[in-house]
Design a protein around this ligand. Structure first.
Ligand code: FA5
Length: 335
């Protein structure tokens, strides 16, 4: 037979267990397991309730009250622990997932075009506004387009001025963009207004104003009744657009086998004493027109070949062309 005393002992054991173990539990699952063990239909507290029938009528209500208090105590202790565990989990989410909205954002630096590309784009822009079309030609050329069609036959001394990189007997890296003039005139009938930007290669010794690889922009305008005055006007207009009013310009006589007369153009930046040659230019020689099948009696034309690096040097006041090819970010960041 069970006595009230026995029941009190059992209740005390469970109460100690509740007080000591529940604060140690560190998962909600474990709390639930314990709840089932103690308060479930077959749990320990339920078993104790079943024993009430064995007690005397006087003891039964006392024992019933004690068991109800135990049930409440277990329920409250477990619920309290689950709440504590929940808020701890929430706080640990904060430490792994928090965002400090006061921090500055991640810095993604903007890229920009190389100064030579920027200068090329500016030149193209000016000529596009004047009704020119931008064309391209191959960097590996035949001797015919690089020299012969431009009235520079084999053994002509002018070939030395374009001392070139040969790939085989008849192919070379183009020494200037002028071969594109020939290719375009062979393809299209006049009138023509084109510019051709591109890379050129020469066995020039490197110095502050010469590089073995450099860029030119070729300009060609073919139409009836063009004159040297028109060419000079276009050059002046272009130079003013590109550099503004404060740069000085001068024309000098020159010689090119494919233009007659020929000129070269020099520019001087404000406060500088140095002139820098930027281009060779001239009226297209009738022999060149004949080679492409144009009638020199019917058409006239003028052309120039402009150095992009030289334009960039003047515009940005850079005194050594090699800086454009060294890819030093401290230099490039400035543009
Ligand atoms: C020519 O190359 C001619 N084809 C230009 C021309 C075109 C004349 C059409 C008449 C009609 P020249 O060798 O002078 O010409 O070169 C023209 C420009 O290219 C020079 O004024 C200079 O600005 C640039 N240049 C030439 N060689 C180099 C080099 N090694 N490094 C940097 N720039 C160069």
């Amino acid at each position: 037979m069970v006595t009230l005393k026995d029941l009190r002992r059992e209740i005390a054991v469970i109460a100690v267990l509740v007080e000591e173990q529940i604060p140690q539990i560190n998962s909600a699952t474990r709390c639930e397991e314990l709840r089932v063990q103690l308060l479930g239909r077959k749990g320990k507290v339920a078993q104790l309730f079943k024993l009430l029938g064995e007690l005397s009528p006087q003891e039964r209500p006392i024992a019933g009250q004690l068991l109800n208090e135990l049930k409440e105590k277990v329920t409250a202790a477990l619920a309290g622990r689950v709440t504590v565990l929940g808020s701890v989990a929430e706080r640990s989410d904060f430490t792994t997932e928090w965002i400090d909205i006061t921090l500055p954002g991640t810095y993604h630096p903007y890229g920009h075009f190389h100064p030579l590309s920027q200068v090329q784009q500016k030149i193209e822009e000016i000529f596009l506004r004047m009704g020119f079309t931008v064309v391209a030609g191959p960097e590996i050329e035949t001797e015919y387009y690089n020299f012969e069609a431009l009235n520079i036959p084999v053994h002509h001394p002018a070939r030395e001025e374009w001392d070139s990189f040969y790939i085989d007997e008849t192919h070379l890296l183009r020494a200037h963009t002028s071969p594109v003039q020939i290719r375009i005139m062979e393809e299209k009938k006049p009138p023509l207004r084109i510019i051709c930007p591109g890379r050129c290669y020469r066995r020039d010794n490197q110095d502050a104003t010469h590089s073995p690889v450099f860029h030119q922009v070729e300009m060609l305008w073919v139409e009836k009744d063009l004159s040297l005055a028109n060419l000079k006007y276009i050059i002046e207009l272009f130079v003013k657009e590109f550099f503004g009013e404060r740069y000085q310009m001068r024309f000098l006589a020159d010689f090119f086998p494919f233009t007659e007369p020929s000129i070269q153009v020099h520019i001087r930046s404000p406060h500088s004493t140095e002139w820098l040659e930027i281009m060779g230019a001239g009226m297209v020689d009738p022999i060149v027109f004949q080679k492409v099948g144009y009638d020199p009696e019917q058409v006239t034309g003028f052309a120039f070949g402009l150095g992009i690096e030289r334009m960039a040097m003047l515009r940005y006041k850079i005194d050594d062309i090699r800086l454009f090819f060294q890819n030093d970010l401290r230099f490039l960041h400035q543009f």
